[in-house]
Design a protein around this ligand. Structure first.
Ligand code: FNR
Length: 189
């Protein structure tokens, strides 16, 4: 069956290279994966005083996560961790206590930076956070992307053959991973 994937870009910058990588991944996804973005840029800062009266943007975020069969997070590394905007979205998604939308949700993590570290350190932080949120993560293959402008066309099609092959393999592996998790882990709702 087709599966729906919610794609979260950890960067809210209009010029984001991670948004471009996410676009490229969506184009390379197997046909059975229906990918759409879950946007995090309109969320207020998480405030636990609002746990009893969640703002509509946060309600929508949680519903989008619950509705998706899997979540793909494409994120930059900020100061060797994850961007505040992404942490904020995770905090909203994880609350109120006992209503964590991420619990049991299969997640893939990938990210791009201009430098050679390719978001590896930020991804370790993200994995620690998502472990606490009880989200099963794809640990193999790992994907630390050094973003090279010349590897992508203007429409974010991947023009570099080995990069395209790698990203395509990543999406196929993610497809398999989501299927496997859904077979063994009953989902919420
Ligand atoms: C960065 N950048 C960065 N890069 C990196 O490899 N490791 C890091 O720890 C950081 N830290 C960092 C902090 C902050 C606040 C900014 C704004 C940037 C550089 C970063 O990889 C680069 O700006 C990317 O283009 C950010 O991704 P998006 O927003 O283009 O998707």
């Amino acid at each position: 069956p087709p599966y729906t994937i919610g794609v979260i870009c950890g960067s809210i910058a209009a010029s984001s290279i991670n948004r471009r990588l996410a676009n490229a991944l969506i184009k390379l996804a197997p046909e059975a994966l229906q990918c759409s973005f879950i946007e995090i840029d309109t969320l207020d800062l998480y405030d636990r005083d609002r746990d009893g009266d969640y703002p509509p943007e946060a309600v929508a975020l949680k519903q989008s996560i619950l509705d998706a069969d899997g979540i793909l997070i494409v994120t930059p590394e900020y100061n060797r961790s994850i961007p505040g905007a992404l942490k904020n979205a995770i905090d909203w998604a994880s609350r109120p206590y006992g209503e964590n939308a991420l619990s049991r949700k299969p997640v893939g993590i990938i990210g791009a930076s201009p430098g050679g570290i390719g978001t590896a350190v930020g991804q370790q932080h993200l994995k620690a956070i998502l472990s606490f949120c009880n989200a099963p993560m794809m640990n193999e293959i790992e994907a630390y992307i050094t973003f090279k402008e010349e590897d992508y066309a203007e429409d974010d099609t991947v023009t570099n053959e080995s990069t395209r092959e790698f990203l395509q393999t990543y999406m196929h592996t993610f497809d398999d991973f989501v299927r496997r998790v859904l077979t063994v882990l009953p989902q919420q709702g």
